[in-house]
Design a protein around this ligand. Sequence first.
Ligand code: TXA
Ligand code: MG
Length: 326
Amino acid sequence: MTAEIIDGIGQKQAAIDAAVTILKDGQPVAIPTETVYGLAADATNPLAITRIYETKGRPRFNPLICHMADLAMAERHAEFDPISKTLATKFWPGPLTLILPLKEDGRSIHPLATAGLDTVGIRVPKGFSADLIAALDRPLAAPSANTSGKISPTSARHVAEDLGEKLALIVDGGSAPVGVESTILRVEDGKIRLLRPGGLSVEHIEAATGLTVERREGPAAIIEAPGMLASHYAPGAAVRLEATHVDAGEALIRLGGIVVEGMDKAKAVFDLSPSGDLAEAAANLFDYLKRADATGADRIAVTAIPSHGLGEAINDRLVRAAAPRE
Ligand code: TXA
Ligand code: MG
């Protein structure tokens, strides 16, 4: 099988029709979202969900994010406390996932999508994917559309290079504008806990709610997630962080035009954002990691990235990319 790539912008209705046909047949489809490309399947169909795991080569079942067309659809499946409702109202559609109690009658979502938990991770994405979900009229379970452990795709080409032989259809929606996965939050006892930093910054969440977001300390307290394994988002080359120089054989990823020693020796130099804009840097991160890897460098050196705003998500992904491999 070689995936057909269909233009989800210029031929949007044809792309929706083609995707709906495949999804109704219980097969996964790669779709654009504003964060990263997702490998989507009908969240109510256990065989379809199993195929996501097979296609990704993901070794174990983990809870998947269930994508909804809008807040009304989300409310049919999950219970919203007042803070979660505020977050959903302010930030959906967008790069935010909320972990919520599954409703008794929301159980059309198959337990394979939630790994049998009594909670569900829900996100309302922007654009093509929301329209597709509305057309299908069912939630879509979707992890990132990459082989397990590899860098998440931010373009249709990334998906095609990795999973093209295993998929029937890839919808091309252009470059994912956010570029890192959604921020995952869980509200409990009136407190907002950050389970995964992502495309919505903690500063925005705190400003919108007037509440402090609690960061996880120590080892994962929640369900161990693929994005929480130490080595994840890994390119083929080793990754060296907070680089202040370049060694022979290294490619360099920098930010804001910073100049470091030995740059002339670098196999290639990529600037995540010449102006130092962290949103632009997040959008470029995965593509530049892949490109740096493609230079054949033994190692990718990355200069320090500030930790505020989207820098928190960028640093989270970089630390995992640099973690020792199993
Ligand atoms: O931006 C994104 O979030 C992308 C796009 C495709 O939407 N999706 C994505 O999915 O990153 P995935 O499967 O790579 O990450 C799902 C994360 C995992 O860390 C998982 O543990 C967590 O969501 N999760 C899902 N349901 C959960 C639940 N009920 N309780 C705790 N964590 C949950
Ligand atoms: Mg992923």
